[in-house]
Write a protein of this length. Sequence first.
Length: 159
Amino acid sequence: MKGKLIFWIALLSMVATPAAFAANPEPFDVTIKIREPITITENAFLDFGVIDVPAALTTYTVAAAATGHSAGTGANAADFTVTGESGYAADVSVTSPVSATVGATTLNFNLQLASGTATDVINFAGSPITVYVGGAVDVPAGADAGTYTTTSQISVVYQ
């Protein structure tokens, strides 16, 4: 009888011991934050203005700003209003260069943001941000007359 009792105590201690030393389960939270979408609204397109056919290769520039353009009459930078969630940064980029052809003349437009390149970073701080796109175009002597039109793309993505 004493042998059976020792057997049962030994068996019980082997079965009970792992449970006695097991860690208690610990709950934890799982979460996701979805940021508000970035919106881009075009207020003005990039316009190098009206020029005369140059007698020599001439570079015309439009600053990536509200003013400071050395291009033709009526030149203006592209102007976009960008909104996003306050407290976050975003990468801005424009497709550059882009080309347009009239007759035998092809013009290459090198586009840029305020950084002076085709990429920049903006920080959302609770109010809309104005992003300007400017650029430069070399117009050769004797360029074909006409309206040179092309398309670029602006992209704004959270970092």
